[in-house]
Design a binder for this molecule. Structure first.
Ligand code: NAP
Length: 279
């Protein structure tokens, strides 16, 4: 069992290193019960950071999550995101209030700008800060922002940004060149979305070799790799209890120096700037 099963936000609050995503949940009635069971099982296993967005299912995912969280809200670090086109000073507040209603809660632990749109950062930050003063959100952050955007955000009054949720996994290592160091220098953890690459990892790779030797799946090895990165929280989406349990097992996998070197050989770290990818 590892002793670093958390990452630390800039204000010192610790959140689970392994959480759960929800994209594509709540959209298929026949999967609803399994998705709720999966989310609840994950919470019981300590995967308490739960990520959603007003965009997912145009609210249907938040509604499902609200149902899944009945009686469990206080155990969870709940994250949602505002559409860029709603991220004006007033729009942020209206979107957040709608999310709170669907999620059947009175506050979000973290509220993110989903990606950069046409509205000035100053306005979005003002909206976030107003929500924070009102106790409707506890922290705010961003998603899909590269270093230049992060610098602009800070210049626009966004020093309180708690995290940046980014596309990062063993096959998408670009942020290691500059974005992750930029964030680390500010005590800001990253939230890795699509940590198993939305199931698009190569069909045959060193991940399979390590998996076979260890009696794991390649997905578990890929997730263990993300979880081995300093100050990175991962939010895999799993639609079944079986997948949730497998993902939780990955948190206990400590990859050896040799295994990490073999992964570096196959999935090379960046040697120059790679613009931030977005799924
Ligand atoms: P992901 O977590 O990398 O992959 C999800 C896929 O992996 C699903 O098809 C899932 O299938 C499968 N899976 C999960 N655990 C598995 C296991 N142990 N064995 C085999 N298959 C497994 O991709 P993602 O959903 O794109 O990303 C995760 C979360 O990040 C999202 O749900 C969302 O909350 C967030 N996200 C944010 C952004 C953003 O712009 N900020 C973008 C993308 C995603 P089942 O459903 O059948 O279990």
């Amino acid at each position: 069992m590892r002793d670093d099963t958390f990452v630390t936000l800039p204000d010192g609050e610790r959140i689970a290193r392994l959480g759960q995503g929800t994209w594509e949940m709540g959209e298929r009635p026949e999967r609803r019960a399994a998705e709720i069971d999966a989310l609840r099982a994950g919470i019981e296993l300590g995967m308490t950071v739960i990520d959603t967005a007003e965009m997912y299912g145009e609210g249907a995912t938040e509604t499902l999550l609200g149902e899944a969280l009945a009686g469990l809200r206080d155990q969870v670090f709940l994250v949602s995101k505002v559409y860029p086109h709603n991220a004006s000073r007033r729009g942020v507040v209206a979107s957040c209030e709608a999310s709170l209603r669907r999620l059947e809660t009175d506050r979000l632990d973290l509220y993110l700008l989903h990606w950069r749109g046409g509205i000035a950062f100053e306005e979005t930050v003002e909206g976030f800060e107003a929500l924070r003063r009102d106790g409707k959100i506890r922290h705010w952050g961003v998603s899909n922002l590269d270093v230049d955007d992060m610098e602009e955000l800070v210049d626009a009054g966004g020093q309180a940004c708690a995290t940046n949720q980014i596309f990062y996994n063993v096959a998408r290592r670009g942020p290691e060149f500059d974005l992750l160091p930029w964030m680390a220098a500010r005590g800001m953890p990253a939230m890795a979305y699509s940590p198993i690459d939305h199931m698009r990892l190569p069909k045959r790779s060193v991940l399979d070799d390590i998996a076979r030797e260890r009696g794991l799946s390649a997905v578990q090895v890929a997730l263990a790799w993300v979880l081995a990165q300093p100050q990175v929280c991962a939010i895999p989406k799993a639609g079944s209890v079986e997948h949730v349990r497998a993902n939780r097992e990955a948190l206990d996998v400590v990859l050896s120096t040799q295994e990490l070197a073999a992964i570096d050989e196959a999935f090379k770290p960046p040697r120059k700037k790679v613009p931030l990818e977005m799924l």
